[in-house]
Design a protein around this ligand. Structure first.
Ligand code: FES
Length: 300
């Protein structure tokens, strides 16, 4: 079943890709102009994607419209539909904030998901307009009932696509969700060193720590280190840039991811700007007695 549904979604790429290129460009331009609002809608302040939280409300509320229609409670159905539409708009705003910094297959699926939701929204709005006024006592037309039923089925189908974006494609999932917190010191191999054996200052340097990669930044005598894989979508932070520390009372340097601009404080991995809503694993680094370097993950 899942394979058949995946193929069905893939067949939509014929219109999803060109439309997505157009839509994504607009959405990204809007949200990049207001990064603090995008952060708010991404859920950085909560440490969890907001869209996932907000979607439950409209799906549940709009299902009640069907229940009230079946029970012949016209006014209750009208109010529920109106509130459900408002809840849908709130969820859509948060969803577009995530979509603004989504690439590849997840973006294609996001285009399909948002297109279906917009179609359902239009059908819900028409259904609302077709319904008799509050307190009129007139029966709801079959067309209005049918439209809200079809719209809810489209919402359910679109929710499946949304689930695919998260569970199958891992979008907005913490890239360090399964990483252990080990506290053992492990030998570390910086990717490049100065001729005197020191780690270069003032720019990110990649290093190997067992099976992991780190990004190092020398800050005077202190070596600051984070995991190199960005928590948002996995880009390499060692390809990023150092930016002036700002926000969150930051005192240590800040690295900006080269892909979508998430910013992490190097001292403790705290995320200072989205779209990542997750902190980055931070490491302690020290010189080994016999020469060379070693590192271990900071305790949370
Ligand atoms: S991969 Fe998206 S901000 Fe780093």
């Amino acid at each position: 079943m899942a394979r058949w549904l995946t193929r069905l979604m893939d067949t939509q790429d014929v219109w999803v890709k060109p439309f997505g290129n157009f839509l994504h460009g607009i959405v990204q331009a809007i949200f990049r102009a207001v990064p603090s609002i995008r952060d708010l809608l991404n859920g950085r302040w909560l440490g969890h994607p907001i869209h996932a939280v907000l979607t439950d409300a409209p799906i549940g509320i709009l299902f009640l419209v069907i229940v009230f229609d079946v029970l012949g409670m016209a006014d209750a159905a009208w109010w529920t539909l109106a509130i459900g539409i408002l809840a849908m708009l709130g969820a859509a705003l948060a969803g577009f904030a995530d979509y603004a910094e989504t690439d590849g297959k997840a973006r294609d699926r996001g285009t399909l998901h948002s297109s279906l939701m917009l179609l359902a929204l239009v059908l819900f709005l028409i259904s609302l307009v077709l319904r008799p006024g509050l307190g009129s006592g007139a029966p709801v037309s079959a067309a209005a009932i049918a439209l809200s039923l079809v719209a809810w089925l489209i919402v359910a189908a679109s929710a499946y696509v949304g689930g695919d974006i998260v569970y199958a494609l891992g979008n907005m999932v913490d890239r360090h969700a399964f990483r252990g917190g080990g506290t053992k010191w492990i030998a570390m191999e910086p990717g490049e060193l100065e001729v005197d054996g020191s780690i270069p200052e003032g720019r990110p340097v990649k290093a190997k720590l067992g099976v992991n990669s780190l990004v190092l930044v020398r800050n005077g005598p202190v070596i600051l280190a984070l995991h190199d894989t960005c928590a948002h979508a996995g880009c390499s932070l060692s390809g990023g840039t150092l930016v002036a520390a700002s926000g969150g009372g930051a005192a240590s340097p800040v690295v900006e991811c080269p892909c979508h601009g998430s910013r992490f404080r190097l001292g403790d991995g705290r995320v200072l700007r989205g779209p990542s809503v997750y902190d980055q694993p931070a490491y302690e680094v020290r010189q080994r007695e016999g020469g060379g370097w070693e590192a271990r993950r900071q305790a949370n």
